[in-house]
Ligand binder design. Structure first.
Ligand SMILES: C[C@H](O)[C@H](O)[C@H]1CNC2=NC(N)=NC(=O)C2=N1
Length: 116
């Protein structure tokens, strides 16, 4: 997987993924995360997660609605871990391969573009 800048990632489109490819390594993931500020890699290297502080609950919901549009457009979807009083926490992983693929980094860049 080539390492792209955030802008390069956001210009890419997620590719349909139904398994059959190896997840990216923790080292590749860490390298890619250099361009995705605020995203954390899980200890097992299988997912990335980011938390935002928002002004209020509705702002968090409006943010998630924008995320839903991006996800549907790209055919790659987040796991929303928390929509709280003033917090949103989103996790990304490619479920078809049980780990991270470039799709997750592309979606992370696109989510950052629509974050409040
Ligand atoms: C064919 C298409 O790529 C799959 O159905 C998509 C849908 N959205 C997805 N989202 C995530 N996070 N992981 C997947 O493996 C996945 N697969």
């Amino acid at each position: 997987m080539d390492i792209s800048s955030m802008d390069q990632l956001a210009k890419k489109k997620c590719k349909p993924c139904e398994g059959g490819v190896d997840p990216c390594s923790a080292a590749e993931a860490q390298e890619q995360l250099q361009n995705l500020p605020g995203w954390q890699l899980s200890d097992d290297g299988k997912w990335i997660r980011k938390q935002w502080n928002v002004k209020h609950f509705v702002q968090g919901m409006e943010f998630l609605n924008r995320v839903a549009e991006v996800a549907e457009e790209d055919g790659h979807h987040p796991d929303v871990h928390l929509i709280g009083y003033r917090k949103v926490n989103i996790e990304l992983s490619t479920h078809a391969i049980g780990g991270l693929s470039e799709n997750d980094f592309i979606l992370a860049a696109k989510i950052d573009q629509v974050a409040p």
